[in-house]
Design a protein around this ligand. Sequence first.
Ligand code: UD1
Ligand code: MG
Length: 422
Amino acid sequence: MNNFKAIILAAGRGTRMKSEIPKVLHKVCGKAILEYVLDVTKALRSLATYVVVGHGYKKVMDSVGEGVIFVQQDKLLGTADAVNRCFSHLKDYRGTILVLCGDTPLLSKDIVAALLKQHLRSKASASVLTANIGNPQGYGRIVRDEKGGFSAIREQKDASIEEAKIKEINVGVYCFNSKDLFGILKKVKLNPGKKEFYLTDVIELLLADGKKVTTLTTRDETVAFGINTREDLACAQAIIRQRLLSKHMLSGVTVVDPQTTFIEAGVSIGRDTIIHPMTTIHTDVRIGKNCSIGPMARIRPGTRISDGVEIGNFAEVSRSSLGCGVFQKHFSFLGDATVGRGANIGAGVVTANFDGVNKNKTFIGRQAFIGSDAILVAPNKVGAGAMIGAGSVLPKGRNIPAGMVAVGIPARVIKKISNLSS
Ligand code: UD1
Ligand code: MG
């Protein structure tokens, strides 16, 4: 499906978030709200994606959106005005324009694909995604005539008492014929109450012009869920979290207690790995097969864990690579570390990676043995098969050659190990 161009509306102020951060940059399971919407246009291979930015536009442009075109809306004059800002980019385009809201992270590509398909098949001027929801508060209502024909979208503020009772709502996903859209946008009048130009007014205007408008009603009411408050953010997080956990379990990962396990978006986990309770795995983490993680472990972004690794209670790993079969079983911290296969990280080991100014790296060779409570002040290097005694402190810049035993504060080499296996 790549016969459309997309406009994502993301200029709004997000007043109800009470935040300095633009609404669309708030994170749900480690990923910005807007990124979820962009995933949909990417998955459906839009010919081009325009993101309308306004409030906090610099932050939005810096944080998201490789391969998208940003369009600035300097005054927040409403959703119709936001779409109209894209006119200069799209005036010569003849085809379908998909319009999405940047604040709907639960939107699924399948439902948008279905709307696009229906729109093309019906040769309509506009097609609108609707949903029947228990509590339509805050959404635009779908007004229908006696025969069930679609006649208008009425915003909550402008709805009559009867209209406000309507449970069918406007999800905020639309397909338009480009020519008809930009032709009719000029006719949208300022809403006197909100002092905004409503995109939703386009529907009545198109119908008055004798144009065809269709609707597609989704049974999944979660797709409509727009983030307006921090409470909405938490609700979306709960749903996406469950989806992510299901995805991992269906692909062969054991999650012992899904209720207390937090796995963000952008995590891959191999088969037969077990995630124990109260574990948090942040975004941008890869975990191999047959690993055991937790309970109460925290795996932070940039971490790569190979097959057969065991990470136990109160262990934290950040921006580190762990080779096959590494053991890090009890309360310890690995940050900016590269750990070779089969190495043992004792209880309480800390890689002191931050010197107050820079983050420094630690290299621990294959099959090295780091004794309990050792502190490795980075940058430094422990060679393959070397042993660091319990409670030792390896000072900054000190390297221990392969196969040596080092102990003390500061750690000094005391002998060589004779039986280092390959
Ligand atoms: C809008 C719809 C409503 C629908 C709901 C679905 C209108 C008038 N109403 O209401 O029918 O049920 O979405 O979630 O369209 N935005 C801009 N520029 C602006 C104003 C808004 O880019 O000047 C962006 C916002 O960042 C947001 C999207 O447009 O991503 C929707 O705006 P919002 O203010 O959230 O509209 P709703 O009141 O939710
Ligand atoms: Mg909204």
